[in-house]
Design a protein around this ligand. Structure first.
Ligand code: FAD
Ligand code: FES
Length: 256
């Protein structure tokens, strides 16, 4: 974990609430692995006081790419940054998705949950069979599609709730069929909690190796404040920042 002063090389609006930053951050870029995240100081002032956690869409030294959705004050400030601006970034933090050599892996990405799975596909897609199931509310929530087409994937399945892109419906509507027909050995998911809970239910007892990357409100990002705890299936608690954010899907107590 290092605190690095990144330099913004490119800042793009992708339409709607979505933004992409290319940042020169050589030390973080050299060590980050798929699943890791960073804590970003979105403003040099004390407002907001806390850094914001963001995943890494890609890391190719000396650059990292952040893809984010504007939700509130912090991400709004981030969207005002321009090329040439500096950004304090702490990371890489957290654990990573396992490589699983030889396994046929399905990546399940809901909305901005594409971030760590894109990183995974970029890092490992040339060496093993990867498939991607990607869904969002509508076309505007899936602005990374052109970039996704540059990934090395054996299958790409798109869902939108309003049918404006790909098949109409929730991505979980297609999950069981894809797992069966594509002879999937393992899944890696990231997305809204309700989506992950549904994925967990649908994949229960199928004998697959399943991982999920979780989001939580985070104060510190490295295990000191306990603001990010989630309930595990056995009734104990897990800190998303340093025991995760990637967990075996079955380890979490999902609220359905
Ligand atoms: C490990 C990790 C990786 C993440 N990666 C990304 C990423 O790559 N791209 C991205 O766009 N976002 C990502 N997030 C979510 C991102 O951290 C939040 O959207 C951001 O912190 C919101 O900050 P804000 O100041 O804009 O909103 P705030 O003003 O802090 O909050 C606005 C509203 O959003 C809610 N909110 C804030 N954080 C979250 C959250 N984590 N989950 C659900 N609701 C939340 C708040 O309760 C509030 O209602 C990640 C979160 C974690 C924990
Ligand atoms: S964010 Fe502080 S312990 Fe996890």
């Amino acid at each position: 974990m290092q605190d690095e002063r990144g330099l913004i090389e490119e800042a793009h609006s992708l339409g709607g609430d979505y933004f992409l930053l290319k940042i020169a951050a050589p030390r973080i870029a050299a060590t980050a692995k798929p699943g890791n995240f960073v804590m970003v100081r979105v403003s040099p002032s004390r407002d907001p006081l806390l850094r914001r956690p963001l995943g890494l869409l890609e890391s190719r030294p000396p650059y990292i790419w952040l893809y984010y959705q504007v939700l509130g004050h912090g991400t709004k400030l981030l969207s005002g940054l321009r090329p040439g601006d500096g950004l304090d970034i702490l990371g890489p933090l957290g654990n990573t998705f396992p490589e699983l050599p030889g396994k046929r892996v399905l990546l399940v990405a809901g909305g901005r949950g594409i971030v760590p799975l894109f990183h995974y596909a970029r890092a490992y897609g040339e060496h093993r069979p990867l498939l991607l199931l990607y869904g969002g509310r509508r076309r505007a929530d899936l602005p990374l599609l052109e970039r996704i087409k540059t990934l090395c994937l054996q299958g790409l399945f798109i869902f939108s709730e309003d049918g404006s892109l790909g098949q109409m419906g929730l991505l979980t509507d297609g999950l069981e069929k894809i797992v069966r027909e594509e002879r999937v050995d393992a899944t890696m998911s990231c997305g809204p909690e309700a989506m992950l809970a549904r994925v967990a239910l649908l994949l229960k007892s199928r004998g697959l190796e399943n991982r999920a990357s979780l989001e939580a409100l985070m104060g510190c990002g490295f295990g000191a404040c306990h603001s990010c705890v989630v309930l595990a299936a056995d009734g104990s608690y897990r800190k998303v920042c340093d025991e995760g954010p990637v967990f075996p899907l079955e380890e979490i107590q999902w609220r359905t």
